[in-house]
Design a protein around this ligand. Structure first.
Ligand code: GAR
Length: 231
């Protein structure tokens, strides 16, 4: 297991073992970067991102969670963590675009800079991608481009791979595709069940998601306050 190291700026695009993100690597906007998160299930990645933001200097904060499932654990976590949570139940929307319109409107009203899909189990449309171009990050439990789509862990087990992992990437129109921000490789053990492999992958997701989000933010805003701009 890797030693935990403080990430110093600028973040490299790829590192293995993936570093422990301990804060302090957010771009300096002169105010905390405002993150919006989307989740459908347990919300463990949402909580890992909140924890990463709360470590170290206040360079970023999660200002809103959007969930599509009224019973999801992510919603309870938001309450415990004191983060405003909006329920947009997908069953109340005729079309995906209409749901995405509301998601984007909610984040825009909250002045969100960058959006993170942390276990959002709905296909997103150009409506949301266009509202947050290069500002929409997804976490997926495979080494993309392998095993896109549903049940990536099951797909990896069925394929008999000996190494799997997770990927944080920018979102494009194709499902689970787009420029890769960070990846972590995870061994598949001979006696792995779906649950044991999923848990090993998730613990790496919790490390690389904040790292990938900070990297995306640095690419967008990292040079704004560089020496040339400071006059
Ligand atoms: C995570 O493993 C994430 O990679 C996956 O859903 C899980 C959510 O867990 N996302 C996808 O499969 C998206 N294609 P969490 O709710 O505990 O963060």
């Amino acid at each position: 297991m890797a030693a935990c190291v403080e990430v110093s700026e600028p973040l490299p695009a790829f590192q293995w073992p993936s570093p422990q993100f301990v804060g302090g690597a957010w771009p300096d906007l002169g105010r905390p970067l405002r993150l919006g998160v989307m989740a459908s299930g347990q919300g463990s990645n949402f909580e890992a991102l909140v924890a990463a933001c709360r470590r170290g200097p206040a360079g970023a904060e999660v200002v809103e969670l959007v969930v599509n499932n009224p019973l999801c654990e992510a919603r309870r976590r938001a309450e415990r963590l004191g983060i405003p949570c909006r329920l947009l139940d997908h069953r109340h929307f005729r079309e995906r675009q209409l749901l995405d319109q509301q998601v984007a409107a909610s984040f825009q009203a909250n002045e969100v800079d960058l959006v993170v899909m942390a276990g959002w189990m709905r296909i997103v449309t150009p409506v949301l991608i266009g509202a947050y171009p290069n500002r929409l990050v997804n976490i997926h439990p495979s080494l993309l481009p392998s095993f896109r789509g549903l049940d990536a862990v099951g797909q990896a087990l069925a394929a008999g791979v000996t190494i799997s992992g997770c990927t944080a990437h920018l979102v494009e129109e194709l499902v689970d595709a787009g420029p890769i921000l960070a990846q972590a490789a995870v061994p598949v053990l001979a006696n792995d069940s779906h649950a044991s492999l999923a848990a090993r992958i998730q613990s790496q997701e919790h490390r690389i998601l904040p790292y990938g989000v900070a990297l995306a933010a640095q690419r967008l805003w990292g040079e704004r306050l560089g020496p040339a701009d400071q006059g």
